[in-house]
Design a protein around this ligand. Structure first.
Ligand code: IPM
Ligand code: MG
Length: 352
């Protein structure tokens, strides 16, 4: 079971370090870890945020555990050399089109949410975000118009095949969990969204047991913080999913708690090849201080055991240990607590 660990920038090395320690404490036989450079740190060492050898290591692995990328000192670089291109490149090159971002308020931890407790209680949803298309990967550029004005532009598009395959992922997840499915778009304004909606309706015919509704993204943002209990599985595109998943994480209480899985079609001997990462970024302001909450990365490692290695019981053990630690008041600075990275990692391992 080969895992490529790509810690990346900022707090990435700290949080992946704790996740690795959790994995190692499970003493799973046959687990081998490889480490590679990615992001700003890779640019500084190799001249590229996603060096060939890192991509090759990821391809050769059964799963990738990813920290974070982003480094303010790289902001002035040409776009293709910026740290963010590493994660976008990995997603694209590895065909990881399906991003699963579960967000739930842990029972008894409603007080961590900035939402009123009676509202927060109902927050338990899965965002299924398309990850390799949309305005993220369309043509883009800057130009000077006829009037001499500078103009920036990014093309948004989805091909029906791209919508269909992510819709199937969301419908299968909703069917398996017995949950309703909400497809989020902006079909009142965007043609891309109109096609999205049409294709989702076509796919829905194959899942008669799943209750489907459609919602505009602005309304969805409002509903996530006012009536989160109305959501089960949320299916959406790359850009809207990026925004809604940060919103959902803030509603849970902290972005430091939310894991994610990015999956494609490739099957390995153990499960589905995937990349697993916290949804937070590199947090340069607190990097290297031992303050970052590693829980999102630890929970990402749990998702990896579940999806890429078929180790459901071990995944649940990690998730329970995190929930217990939170319940016992093991809170990072992101949640108003005073536990540092190492203390949180240790608290989780004690509760395994
Ligand atoms: C995320 C991040 C990335 C994204 C950035 C780092 C490119 O915000 O994973 O949500 O926009 O997808
Ligand atoms: Mg994001």
């Amino acid at each position: 079971m080969k895992i490529a660990v790509l810690p990346g920038d900022g707090i990435g090395p700290e949080v992946t370090g704790e996740a690795i320690a959790v994995l190692e404490s499970l003493a799973l036989p046959g687990l081998t870890l490889f480490q590679g450079d990615v992001g700003g740190v890779a640019y500084k060492r190799h001249g590229h945020p996603l060096p060939e050898e890192t991509l090759a290591m990821a391809r050769a692995a059964d799963a990738v555990l990813f920290g974070a990328v982003g480094d303010p000192s790289c902001d002035a670089l040409e776009r293709h050399l910026r740290p963010e291109q590493a994660i976008l490149g990995l997603r694209k090159h590895l065909g990881l089109f399906a991003n699963l971002r579960p967000a739930r308020v842990f029972a008894g931890l409603e007080h961590l949410s900035p939402l009123r407790a009676d509202i927060a209680t109902g927050l338990d949803l899965l965002i299924v975000r398309e990850l390799t298309g949309d305005v993220y990967f369309g043509a883009k550029g800057q130009r000077v118009t006829d009037t001499g004005e500078r103009e920036g532009w990014d093309a948004m598009s989805y091909a029906e095949g791209e919508v269909r395959r992510i819709a199937h992922v969301a419908f299968r997840a909703a069917a398996a969990a017995g949950l309703p499915l909400t497809s989020v778009d902006k079909a009142n304004v965007l043609e891309t969204s109109q096609l999205w909606r049409d294709v989702v309706v076509e796919v829905a015919a194959e899942y008669p047991g799943v209750a489907l509704d459609h919602m505009y993204v602005d309304n969805a943002a409002m509903q996530v913080v006012s009536h989160p209990d109305r959501f089960g599985v949320v299916l959406t595109g790359n850009l809207f999913g990026d925004i809604l998943s940060d919103l959902a994480s803030a509603a849970v209480g902290s972005i430091g708690l939310l894991p994610s899985a990015s999956l494609g079609e490739r099957q390995t001997a153990y499960g589905t090849f995937g990349l697993f990462e916290p949804i937070h970024g590199s947090a340069p302001d607190i990097a290297g201080q031992g303050k970052a909450n590693p829980m999102a990365t630890i929970l990402s490692a749990a998702m990896m055991l579940r999806h890429s290695f078929g180790l459901e019981a071990e995944a649940a053990r990690i998730e329970n240990a995190v929930a217990l630690a939170l319940g016992d008041g093991v809170l990072g600075g992101d949640l108003g607590g005073s536990h540092g990275t190492a203390a949180i990692g240790e608290a989780v391992r004690e509760r395994l």
